[in-house]
Design a protein around this ligand. Structure first.
Ligand code: ADP
Ligand code: NI
Length: 201
C-alpha cells in the first residue's frame, strides 16, 4: 500500500530520485538499522519509503503540500502513532534543508540520513549526479574551477566528497569509506582523460 502511494508520487521526479532510489535507501536503511538496532524496522521502512515524497525540488517548490499528503496517507493507513516522528525525519533528512526544526537527534533520522547520503556517493552516486546535471542541463565541468557551483564536477567538491565525514552511524561510515574511494578514483581518471584531450598525437 505504501509502495503504491510512493510510486504514484515519485513520478515526474528525475530518475536519480525515482522509485529505485527509494528501494536502495530502504535496503541501506534496514541494513544499517539491523547492524545498530537504532529504531523499529517497520518505522525505518515506512520512513525510507516516504522520505522523498515531499521534496520541494519537485513538489512544485511546496513541501507543505507534500507533508499534508503524507499526513493524510498515514492517518488513513492506521499509522497515526508514528506519523509525527516520520514527518520530523522527512523534514530534517535533506542535505539542502538549512532551516532545521524539531528533533534532529532521533536515531531514526540518523539511519535514514545515512542511507540517503550513501546513495549519493559511490558508483551510483556518480551516475545520479550526472543524471541530475543532465536533467538541469548543467555543464559536466568548468575548468579550471573545480568548485564551480554549476557544474557536476563542482558538485563533487561542494557536496559529494563531504558526505563521508558527515555519516552518523559507524556502519554508514564503513560503507561511505568504500564509496568515497570510488569518487576519488573517478575524479583522478576524469582529469587524466580531460588532459589527454589536450595532447596532440
Ligand atoms: P537531498 O535530497 O539529500 O538534499 P539532493 O536532492 O540535493 O539531496 O540530491 C539528490 C541527488 O541529486 C544526489 O545524488 C545529488 O548528488 C544529486 N544532485 C543534487 N544537486 C546536484 C547538482 N547541482 N549537480 C549534480 N548532482 C546533484
Ligand atoms: Ni532521497
Amino acid at each position: 500500500m505504501t509502495e503504491e502511494f510512493v510510486r504514484q508520487n515519485q513520478k515526474g521526479y528525475d530518475s536519480g530520485h525515482d522509485w529505485w532510489h527509494i528501494m536502495r535507501v530502504r535496503k541501506l536503511a534496514l541494513f544499517i538499522n539491523e547492524k545498530e538496532s537504532l529504531a523499529d524496522p517497520f518505522t525505518v521502512e515506512i520512513t525510507a519509503l516516504l522520505h522523498d515524497t515531499a521534496d520541494s525540488k519537485f513538489a512544485s517548490g511546496n513541501s507543505e503540500q507534500g507533508y499534508e499528503l503524507i499526513r493524510d496517507f498515514m492517518e488513513k493507513g492506521g499509522m497515526s502513532d508514528i506519523m509525527d516522528r516520520v514527518l520530523n525525519v522527512i523534514k530534517n533528512v535533506s542535505f539542502s534543508n538549512k532551516n532545521k526544526t524539531g528533533n534532529t537527534d532521533d536515531p531514526l533520522l540518523l539511519v535514514i540520513q545515512d542511507a540517503d547520503r550513501l546513495d549519493a556517493i559511490g558508483a551510483i552516486g556518480i551516475a545520479r549526479a550526472f543524471n541530475y546535471g543532465g536533467f538541469r542541463n548543467n555543464p559536466i565541468y568548468n575548468p579550471p574551477d573545480k568548485e564551480d557551483e554549476k557544474s557536476t564536477i563542482g558538485h563533487f567538491y561542494n557536496k559529494l566528497l563531504k558526505l563521508k565525514g558527515m555519516m552518523n552511524t559507524p556502519t554508514g561510515c564503513k560503507i561511505a569509506e568504500e564509496r568515497h574511494k570510488i569518487l576519488e578514483k573517478f575524479l583522478e581518471q576524469f582529469y587524466e582523460e580531460w588532459e589527454y584531450g589536450l595532447i596532440k598525437l
